[in-house]
Design a protein around this ligand. Sequence first.
Ligand code: C5P
Length: 240
Amino acid sequence: MSRIVPARQRLIFALDVSTAREAHAWIERLGDSVAFYKIGLELLTSGDYFRVLDYLAEQDKRIFVDLKFHDVPATVGHAVRGLARFPVDFCTIHGQQPAMMRAAAEAAGAAGAMKILAVTVLTSMDAGDLSADGITRSPAEQVLTRAQAAQAAGCHGVIASGQEAASLRAARGKDFLIVCPGIRPNGPGGDDQKRTVGVAAAFANGADYIVVGRPIRQAADPRLAADALVDEIEAAVPAA
Ligand code: C5P
């Protein structure tokens, strides 16, 4: 990982709002400070999902569709193929069921440049949540296991916590994308995220991109907060 991707593009803002109107207001408010947007389930149920996607594309923003597909392989493959008609950079699927991951990766490969990222273990989950699901591995072991399967299936990268980024980078090599949500610049926020890290730690551990929502949305000056995160990324990413 090096500075081939500019620091500003390594910050992905989670546009977790429920109306197109709010989405447009955020995009305008953040201006040039944010270059990459993640649009997820909250916007999907607004009914205006693709209107917001088109608007982001018109503004020359990079786009991450975070709908975390998880279904039988044929359905996911067809959904990915459909999505690849839009100017989307990243698309998430759940990091389970190798045949489904393979179907998604093949559909993306056949259709264009969209990259498939497999969600390993949600950053809102800890060991207790895994064991409630009958999984006895630690979150770190489970992330590594799922990442190995995702890479073998042809996925371009994973979503994981910054806590696992170093072992992921070591195990999966330099070209496998590692995208980290659960970023808390000022320490754990007392919210639903459990496996959190700061910006410098995420990149020191090998992250390629970070996803940040509430620390920007809830800041007194969100644009200033985004700029401060980009400065931190600039300082943390090793020079090429
Ligand atoms: O507000 P916050 O910074 O916690 O936002 C994190 C975003 O990343 C949310 O939109 C959430 O859906 C997403 N996400 C996550 N953990 C994953 C995958 C996606 O928190 N494993």
